[in-house]
Design a protein around this ligand. Structure first.
Ligand code: GLU
Length: 336
């Protein structure tokens, strides 16, 4: 496998692992594509890709890894980082909590005492987070957001206008949440502007390789391992990964933490990112979703990857056995 652009794509036992998982799970046809945003319902349900990027910039990928789709809720992770940089941890915590919720991502619930949304990964918290992103007008705020994504991905990014307008004209539930937060003084008056920015961030166009590079950037203390650009201050990585770990997988977050044991985030596009701190980022894309909104194949792939490579953060043996072995093999280029 040769180099492609700046990416160092290599063959290795790790590539064989994801190729095997791809062959195994492409046969799995369970789940349905998201259709509450009309444009999302048009996706081809058979698309499927897995990509791993290590913190030293090696890329392993299989399937439809260049297929473009909109990032949806995975964007919440990165908007959270930008809002933290804009306001600092202490102020941010007065506006959005860090408490996991067993409710669905789009539940219309605020903390009873503080009126804060529960965390930045549920829709209410994500809208409040986005409303905190600084800029003198909507264009500057959007440009700051796009520039942030550019740092993580390593190329210019764009908003899918059809998906954006589709969600903007049907996103009544998100609009209701914004009004509720306005009622409690948790976001400012300009809710249509904040909602537009939130819908735009969800409609940013990425592919599976981008997801893995973004996850690898988080694994690499906020520095993009391909371009070496710092995407977010390293001091906020622990905030981001903690919230991903406890709140990143909708109302499946507890089971995910137990079984997979990695900070992660999914989106209704069918994407999942998972972060192995100081080691690598994983991206999976398959649009068939389970009842909670997580990619069916994506969850299976991550469960097996974690098990096979001993990636669970609390796996006692992962310092000396499977993880070490497998990751050291990552660095061996395939001669054949
Ligand atoms: N734009 C979607 C929404 O706010 C994102 C949902 C998701 O991916 O969970 O409803």
């Amino acid at each position: 496998m040769g180099n492609q652009g700046d990416l160092e794509r290599v063959g290795s036992p790790l590539l064989s692992v994801i190729e095997d998982l791809h062959s195994k799970y492409k046969l799995l046809q369970e789940g349905t594509v998201a259709n509450y945003i009309p444009e999302l319902a048009k996706v081809n349900p058979d698309l499927f890709s897995i990509c791993i990027v290590t913190v030293d910039g090696q890329v392993y990928e299989v399937g439809d890894y260049e297929q473009l789709f909109t990032i949806q809720s995975i964007s919440k992770v990165f908007a959270y980082g930008l809002a933290l940089e804009d306001h600092g941890r202490d102020y941010f915590l007065t506006r959005v909590g860090v408490e996991p919720t067993g409710d669905a991502f789009n539940a219309i619930i605020l903390d009873e005492k503080s009126n804060r949304p529960l965390n930045p990964m549920v829709n209410a918290g994500a809208i409040a987070t986005t409303s905190l992103i600084k800029g003198s007008d909507p264009t500057e705020r959007l440009n700051r957001m796009l520039d942030m994504f550019r740092r993580y991905i390593g190329r210019d990014v764009f908003v899918d206008i059809s998906v954006f307008t589709s969600e903007r004209s049907t996103g009544h539930r998100n609009r209701a949440m914004a009004h509720l937060m306005l009622n409690f003084g948790m976001i400012d008056q300009n809710i249509e502007e904040s909602l537009d920015l939130y819908f735009q961030q969800c409609a940013v166009i990425v592919n599976c390789r981008d997801l893995a590079v973004m996850a690898a950037t988080l694994a690499n203390k906020g520095r993009n391992p391909i371009t070496q650009e710092q995407a977010v201050k390293s001091s906020y990585i622990k905030d981001i990964l903690s919230v991903m770990y406890t709140c990143g997988m909708y109302n499946f977050a507890g089971e995910w933490a137990y079984k997979v044991g990695l900070p992660a985030k999914s989106g209704v596009c069918g994407g999942i990112i998972a972060v192995v701190p100081h080691q690598m980022g994983i991206g999976v894309f398959s649009p068939l979703l389970d009842m909670r909104g997580n990619s069916v194949r994506g969850v299976k792939v991550c469960e097996e990857l974690s098990q096979q490579l001993g990636l669970h953060l609390f796996e006692c043996s992962n310092k000396d056995s499977k993880l070490g072995e497998n990751l050291s093999q990552c660095h061996l280029k395939d001669e054949g």
